[in-house]
Design a protein around this ligand. Structure first.
Ligand code: NAG
Ligand code: NAG
Ligand code: NAG
Ligand code: NAG
Length: 560
């Protein structure tokens, strides 16, 4: 039975409505620069990079998928999935070997690899590209993305076209067999020049995942500074993005020694973080314990840069989207909580549904890919839902007074919202429709400007909005090494209950699960993260949909 309830309009300024804008920004605000830890456009507004990696560095040296779908259609799918940007990978040879770039066409490249089915598909879907030289095909992809308002970060992924990366592939560090710093600098210069004036090319990743036995910080500073200067001279509009050591897991050394550049406002760091960066540790440890340990590593390896005033671009992360990999699944909950809380820029690995040829396998399926093998549909819509909060701009530069909190649930990608049927109850819903929560210094979870707090009402029972905010069952502490459990005690303080979600998406309280040690149990239904957002996230509920139980309103009737 539907209860009657009143609607409370919290929109103090009509401009909140105008602030509603999709994350994809119109081109005129380029070029981008940095303002402290934020990437901003020409007007100083934040632009959050929410990218998908689109590989174009494998043997054919052609952006993947073009034998499956027209380039315009792929660009539309990218936008449709909520990405505003592509990290487009390229092999150095494309910018240093004139013959490869200008005198090999897409058709010839496929022919030389025996990819005859792809030639047929390419002819069907992208007839205007198939006979272009490789560099022109690459430019066409960038242009097609620009036409759909998609930003591009050009990523020098490797030197020799092919799958990347291993410690001894000769592409790992300055001085390796295929990694002559002088050749690399000339390639960066060429690429930067080619795209000078192409406004949707907003950044360049200098070199992907430095690694191997030669790696050392002195050479890192020496050559990264040279590379950044070379790019900036050739194209002052792009952000220069620097990757760390050890497969881009380690930027710790930048804390002690600044990167010395002749220009300002363009420097961004990138970091990669996969489950397998920690071997099989996620599957073999307690999820809370390992999450806490790995977050510590991430913060030391680069997370600290945010506090030092640098943007941090998580330019590779991802999981097997079929959902069967326990190592990946546990990692991903922890990653999502951290990435939302810190509101970092990022690029998913990967867009690709399948590769033309990877490591000798023709048509290899990419289960980390956002698209299915035919580049037709989303591979897993629940995976995409989990990314959707990250696709929103949550915070931004400058002093803000319009903060509120979200109660984010990484397992679903949803947030805690009031139930439509009974506004004293809570359920999961789109984060954009969240009430403006406030996680107070007294550990209450309140709706801003209202007196009610989330209270547990007993084990396996729904939590409710109530007025006894002083009561122990209304005080929520973040507990466990992951700090992702929200625990309160029962009103008689006899036991701890954690916020949880039942099979109908009702928010309930249950005994706290697998807080430490036990490696076999899965606490993730109890993982929540309090995420700071500003009204830029807007949300229909925030402005016209905050529903208030009538019986709880006496104190606040002046707000109506
Ligand atoms: C340049 O590319 C062409 C075409 O792929 C190839 O035959 C040649 O060996 C390459 N040159 C170098 C120096 O790698
Ligand atoms: C480019 O290719 C054509 C025909 O494929 C060949 O005749 C020409 O010599 C090549 N040029 C270079 C610079 O490799
Ligand atoms: C920074 O680089 C400039 C130009 O290369 C050089 O003159 C200066 O000494 C460097 N500063 C530091 C602290 O290394
Ligand atoms: C999508 O991911 C979920 C959760 O990991 C999994 O249960 C489901 O089977 C996946 N669906 C597909 C189509 O792979």
């Amino acid at each position: 039975m539907a209860k009657s309830f009143q609607r409370l309009n919290l929109c103090l300024f009509p401009f909140f409505f105008l602030a509603f804008s999709f994350i994809t920004k119109p081109n005129e605000a380029y070029p981008l620069s940095t303002s402290s830890r934020w990437i901003v456009d020409e007007t100083g507004q934040r632009v959050k990079l929410a990218c998908a990696n689109w590989p174009s560095h494998l043997q054919p040296v052609v952006a993947e998928g073009l034998s499956k779908k027209p380039v315009e259609e792929i660009a539309e799918k990218i936008v449709g999935m909520g990405f505003n940007c592509v990290r487009l990978t390229w092999p150095l040879d494309l910018a240093t070997n004139f013959t490869l770039a200008h005198n090999v066409t897409v058709r010839q490249s496929f022919q030389s690899l025996g990819l005859n089915d792809d030639i047929v598909g390419f002819q069907t879907h992208n007839p205007s590209i198939i006979d272009l030289p490789l560099i022109d095909a690459f430019k066409t992809v960038v242009e097609a993305l620009g036409n759909k308002g998609v930003m591009v970060v050009l990523d020098n992924h490797i030197t020799k076209p092919g799958w990347c990366c291993s410690n001894d592939d000769g592409n790992g560090f300055f001085g390796d067999r295929f990694f002559d710093p002088a050749v690399w600098i000339s390639g960066l210069t060429n690429m930067a020049s080619i795209f000078n004036g192409v406004s949707n090319v907003v950044g360049m990743s200098l070199r992907n995942e430095l690694r191997g036995s030669r790696q050392n910080t002195n050479d890192w500073f020496k050559y990264m500074e040279q590379g950044a200067e070379a790019i900036h001279s050739a194209n002052p509009n792009v952000l220069v993005i620097l990757s760390g050591l050890s497969f881009d897991a380690d930027l710790s050394f930048v804390g002690a020694r600044p990167v010395n550049l002749s220009f300002a406002g363009k420097l961004v760091f990138e970091l990669h973080w996969y489950a397998f960066s920690d071997g099989n540790s996620w599957a073999t440890n307690n999820p809370n314990d390992i999450c806490g340990r790995v977050l510590n590593r991430i913060n030391k390896g680069g997370g600290f840069l945010l506090n030092k005033g640098f943007p941090l671009f998580f330019s590779e992360f991802g999981i097997d989207e079929r959902g069967g990999n326990a190592n990946d699944n546990r990692y991903f909950g922890c990653f999502l909580g951290w990435a939302a809380e810190n509101d970092v820029d990022w690029a998913l690995w990967t867009l690709t549904g399948s590769y033309y040829i990877r490591q000798g396998v023709v048509g290899m399926i990419e289960y980390y890919g956002a698209l299915d093998s035919d580049w037709n549909d989303v591979r897993n819509s629940s995976f995409l839902q989990r990314l959707s909060l990250l696709q929103s701009q949550l915070q931004g530069p400058g002093p803000r007074t319009d903060f509120y909190d979200l109660i984010f649930h990484p397992l679903t990608g949803l947030c805690v919202v009031q139930s439509e049927l009974d506004p004293t109850l809570l359920t999961l819903g789109p984060c954009k429709e969240s009430e403006p929560w406030s996680y107070t210094s007294k550990n209450n979870l309140k709706i801003q400007g209202m007196p009610f707090c989330i209270q547990s009402t007993g084990t396996q029972k729904p939590v409710r909005l109530g007025l006894s905010c002083w009561s122990p069952n209304s005080k929520w502490q973040t507990i466990s090494a992951s700090k992702m459990h929200l625990a309160s005690t029962t009103s008689n303080k006899t036991s701890s209950l954690c916020l949880d979600v039942d099979t109908n998406s009702n928010v309930v309280a249950n005994p706290c699960k697998c807080l430490s040690k036990d490696s076999s149990c899965e606490p993730m239904s109890q993982w929540f993260k309090i995420v700071r957002a500003t009204t830029g996230l807007k949300g229909s509920r925030l402005c016209n949909h905050v529903t208030t139980p009538k019986e709880l309103l006496p104190y606040n009737s002046d707000l109506l």
